[in-house]
Design a protein around this ligand. Sequence first.
Ligand SMILES: [Zn+2]
Length: 72
Amino acid sequence: MNGSTSTSTGRAAAAASAFRTLMCALCGFVYDESEGLPDEGIAPGTRWADVPDDWACPDCGAGKAEFDVVDL
Ligand SMILES: [Zn+2]
């Protein structure tokens, strides 16, 4: 097979820029996917979708539903 499917030039930079930042609507606590929350057991690079559903804001206790995506 001579694979000539060079349509996608996905590089690491594209993946890095895909990280999102989310902010708690109640207290303003910021969760950065690229940084995670090591103190909470969430490794750097953890996507918001992979954060446990029972995770709560460390500052005010709000659930994930209270967080909004922040576009910088
Ligand atoms: Zn909060």
